[in-house]
Unconditional design. Structure first.
Length: 107
């Protein structure tokens, strides 16, 4: 069970991080082929898009960059890891509120 200190630390991390919502994006170009990233902007084109050379995408993290093996998870779960990061980040405000309510009820 989370302690009050745990909840406070998560709230601190939440406040310091790039605001959500976050989205998982498949990105591809000549320099960063096969990239999977977490970004503040969704991919609205439906296609893989260019990761390098632009801040337009709002990338906050990468779970896979295939070319030259810059970022390659040992278990190959780059898509799953990106989806988990996105889901937890987007749910964090509500999870913190729920944890605070449960802590108050437990007193």
């Amino acid at each position: 069970m989370l302690t009050e200190a745990d909840i406070a630390k998560l709230a601190e991390l939440h406040a310091a991080a790039t605001p959500g919502p976050w989205h998982s994006r498949s990105m591809d170009d000549d320099l960063c082929m096969g990239a999977v990233a977490v970004a503040t902007k969704p991919n609205t084109s439906g296609d893989n898009d260019d990761l390098c050379e632009s801040t337009f995408h709002g990338v906050v993290a990468a779970t896979h960059i295939q070319d030259r093996n810059y970022v390659v998870p040992v278990d190959g779960k780059h898509r799953e890891n990106a989806e988990l990061i996105v889901a937890l980040r987007n749910a964090l405000p509500e999870l913190l509120e729920l944890a605070r309510h449960r802590a108050i009820e437990a007193e």
